[in-house]
Design a protein around this ligand. Structure first.
Ligand code: NAD
Length: 268
């Protein structure tokens, strides 16, 4: 019988995590590297992630590689995937973490710049589809693969705007919710498309994680609305979910949206 801790190991696997120099992407990189995976980190500015990549390599004793692309540009994404496959021979795990943002203009749809709306969808949804399209051709060849897309609880429940207003926090854009809802639906459908090739596709939908820059009042109100009584902790709360879906321990899980939100969405 297989031992579950062995099933969580990723020794010799190649894992690409997009937009991963900090925050959730960095935590996912640490989790996968700790499990033994060689890591590919991506950025729109490669020079800015070289040091972090070296630190990961030194800390976890794995190989690291950095590649540069803006995920709105399919040619750039595709070229980077080719580089990775050429260096490591495979792309076993793709974590589409890059995204987020709210754009420079007002978040309220009625006031929002049309270009910010388009950009939000391009970055969070089209970019994720581009990364999947470019990586999947290698996964199909090797008849295996794991894709993990970062959704959000904004993709499954509406925002309580009163909470944001009370804490004096900016309005959160509807187009972000639209993009993340798209990520979750695309994940499900892609899982069906790729299942004959032995590729698992899942999403992780985090709730609010505290980066230490939020107004105290917002953290308090958000925590009160969360069954587990707090926001997500950077450095801890995303790691287990990512490793489960990236490893053989999750081999029978596909098309799933794993919500990591301390229960926030169950009361909505
Ligand atoms: N932080 C949270 O509370 C939270 C909650 C729910 C979902 N998420 C999602 O989790 C993911 C990570 O969020 P985070 O807050 O840890 O990091 P973040 O949103 O601060 O940064 C994500 C990364 O994406 C990169 N990126 C942005 N646009 C890009 C583009 N066009 N091409 C390539 N890279 C690009 C950024 O450079 C950055 O490295 C995002 O997809 C976000 O939407 C975050």
């Amino acid at each position: 019988m297989k031992k579950v801790f062995d099933m969580l190991r990723l020794d010799g696997k190649t894992a690409m995590v997009t937009g991963s120099h900090a925050w959730l992407g960095y935590d996912i990189v640490c989790a996968l590297a700790e499990a033994g995976a060689n890591i590919v980190m991506t950025s729109r500015n490669k020079a800015s992630i070289e040091e972090v990549a070296k630190e990961i390599s030194k800390t976890y004793g794995v190989k690291t590689m950095t590649v540069e692309f803006d995920q709105r540009n399919f040619e750039a994404v595709s070229k980077a995937m080719d580089e990775v496959a050429c260096t490591f021979g495979t792309i076993d795990i793709l974590v589409n973490n890059a995204g987020g943002g709210s754009g420079a203009s007002e978040g309220n749809l009625l006031e929002r710049d049309a270009e910010d709306i388009r950009e939000m969808i391009d970055i969070n949804l089209t970019g994720m589809l581009f990364c999947c399209k470019a990586a999947v051709k290698y996964m199909i060849k090797q008849k295996s693969g794991k894709i993990i897309n970062l959704g959000s609880i904004a993709g499954i429940v509406g925002r309580d705007r009163a909470m944001y207003n009370k804490a004096g926090k900016n309005e959160q854009p509807v187009d972000y919710a639209a993009a993340k809802g798209g990520v979750i639906s695309a994940t499900r459908d892609l899982a069906g498309l790729l299942s004959p090739h032995g590729i698992c596709v899942n999403s992780i939908s985090p709730g609010g994680f505290d980066k230490g820059d939020l107004p105290h009042e917002f953290v308090k109100l958000y925590s009160e609305e969360t069954p587990l009584g707090r926001m997500g902790k950077m450095g801890e709360d995303i790691k287990g979910a990512a490793l489960l879906l990236a490893s053989a321990a999750g081999d029978y899980i596909t098309g799933h949206n794993l919500v990591v939100d301390g229960g926030f969405s169950i009361w909505k």
